[in-house]
Design a protein around this ligand. Structure first.
Ligand code: BYC
Ligand code: FE
Ligand code: FE
Length: 479
């Protein structure tokens, strides 16, 4: 197995591309369109800057990345698969125990292609959503992290396009074109999933997005990493190594914002976290506004799990294409015959837990695993608040709050799960989600800070630099 990557090819890879001329040609044909897309839809205004980026140069867990200054359009987006596990078998579903597939199983072709296309579609969508954020970066450190996330999402698109071009022939090539043609938020040709057509208008949203929405990415990639289709398993396994940094950017970004708010409150003798006027006047973000952004991005991300009870999910599991989170660590038959899973549902105006067939409830289960993972980060944020001696607690909103997909669609609930009618909800939604006043405040607050080693007033510096660089390191050399 190739641990090391061939960097001589136009497209760096560990899939022996030079010995597959047909695939090589197909990818090289797609490449210019990708670069055009990056230049049109990638980070606006910074394409000629030198950015201190990590590039994947190996799939060896002990040392897979190298750091150096790169102009983003010259980033080496490569095709990297985690090493093949010898004699790997399908870990779940009707084919459990059979040798994992090295080619697309004909009967599941359409289902598999759909999963890959949906996964692929989210990657460029997020780059599009984040394209203006460089203009308001709170520091060069943060700007660099934004661009790191962006180039890696670009690489994740390559990962899915490789699968489409390598394993799906003509319709795979058409889907690969479609991935460059759709646009986040476009009225005529939008991205496929709801949250990827929303705006990421400011850095608070960016941090929430990388915490909550990239974490959906983690959960979905973990499920696909279990796949009996071995190339999908291997490519998503390597994507997960990059994903950890994206969630770090979100979690630490919010933690630094909270830390700074609490620090400024203390220094000015403000004890009441709800004293919005005074806190905002000091140029930091009040904690209730952070809670509103949390409510927004968490609820949008919950929609990404699809319906809690879903035949699509059952079919993908039965087929051996998409497993559960940490499937191989779960102790059961991995077939889910005659077992149930408790799903929160609304029945006769009350929230009740219903035992649904476990196969049908796979999306609900993954969403629960996701919520538990989110809660760990929120608990760490609350420690920052507690340590500062401020009396405030951030909370994940109730799963029925602000939902457009699944069993809670058209349900009107507050973030604590209090039910009401639509009119009452509409009247109060500005208490729970960022309203125009909040958005105006954030918009005016977020002015760029491009000084070396300097940070905008609303956010604390990080504890350590990227690649152990010192505090005065020039992460982005602006052209
Ligand atoms: N928006 O049975 P259902 C990431 C559609 S994020 C719009 O409820 P299913 C990243 C669904 O397509 C990870 N439509 O759900 C993060 C279906 O339509 P059709 C992305 C939606 O199919 C940050 C119908 O509703 N990867 O990587 O079991 C930055 C009924 O579907 C939505 C994946 O999602 C929605 N939210 O589950 C960068 C993995 N939800 O086919 C990157 C691949 C559902 O009837 N995708 N629908 O027309 C999947 O596993 C599944 O497609 C889903 C949906 C989990 C998304
Ligand atoms: Fe990604
Ligand atoms: Fe990501």
């Amino acid at each position: 197995m190739n641990i090391h990557v061939n960097y001589d090819d136009l497209i760096p890879n560990n899939v022996d591309l030079s010995n597959d001329p047909k695939l090589k040609r197909a990818l090289e044909k797609w490449h210019p369109g990708y670069i055009n897309w990056w230049k049109d839809m990638g980070p606006e205004g910074f394409q000629t800057a030198d950015v201190y980026l990590r590039t994947a140069v190996s799939v060896d867990p002990k040392g897979w990345a190298k750091f150096g200054y790169v102009k983003m359009p010259e980033y080496r987006w490569g095709i990297l698969l985690a090493p093949q596990v010898e004699d790997r078998t399908v870990p779940f579903g009707e084919h459990k125990g059979e040798l994992a597939w090295q080619d697309v199983p004909g009967e599941y072709r359409a289902m598999l292609r759909r999963l890959i296309v949906i996964q692929g579609d989210t990657e460029p969508a997020s780059v599009e959503q984040q394209r203006y954020l460089g203009k308001t970066a709170p520091s060069l450190y943060d700007m660099r992290n934004l661009f790191q996330v962006n180039v890696e999402e670009g690489r994740h698109l390559w990962a899915m396009v490789y699968l489409l071009q390598r394993y799906f022939g003509r319709d795979g090539r058409e889907e690969a074109e479609g991935l460059l043609a759709r646009r986040s938020g476009d009225a005529d040709n939008p991205r496929m999933l709801g949250a990827f057509n929303e705006k990421t208008p400011d850095w608070l949203s960016f941090f929430m997005f990388t915490f909550f929405t990239d974490r959906d990415g983690k959960m979905q990639l973990e499920s696909l990493a279990q796949s009996g289709f071995d190339p999908l398993s291997r490519t998503t396994r390597f994507m997960l190594t990059e994903e950890a940094h994206h969630m770090f950017v979100g979690e630490s970004g919010i933690a630094r914002t909270i830390e700074r708010t609490c620090e400024v409150m203390k220094a000015n003798g403000i004890d009441d976290p709800h004293d919005k006027e005074r806190i905002r006047a000091l140029g930091v973000i009040d904690l209730p506004t952070i809670q509103k952004k949390l409510n927004l991005h968490y609820s949008l991300s919950l929609d990404l799990f699809g319906s809690e009870v879903s035949t699509n999910a059952a079919n993908a599991f039965n087929a051996g294409l998409k497993g559960r989170y940490q499937e191989t660590k779960i102790e059961d038959d991995h077939m889910l015959r005659d077992v149930t899973y408790p799903v929160l549902e609304l029945k006769d105006g009350k929230f009740v837990t219903v035992d649904e067939p476990a196969l049908a409830a796979l999306n609900g289960r993954l969403r629960d695993d996701y919520s538990a993972d989110c809660q760990k980060g929120v608990t760490r944020w609350n420690k920052v608040i507690e340590k500062a001696g401020v009396n405030f607690e951030l909370k994940l909103s109730h799963p029925a709050f602000h939902r457009y997909i699944g069993g809670f669609t058209n349900v009107y609930a507050s973030p604590t799960g209090e039910l009401m009618d639509k009119a009452a909800w509409e009247k109060r939604k500005g208490e729970w989600l960022p309203n125009t006043d909040d958005m105006d405040f954030i918009y005016h607050l977020m002015q760029p800070e491009y000084g070396i080693g300097k940070y905008a007033n609303w956010i604390s510096p990080p504890k350590v630099g990227i690649d152990n660089k010192p505090g005065d390191f020039e992460y982005v050399k602006l052209a």
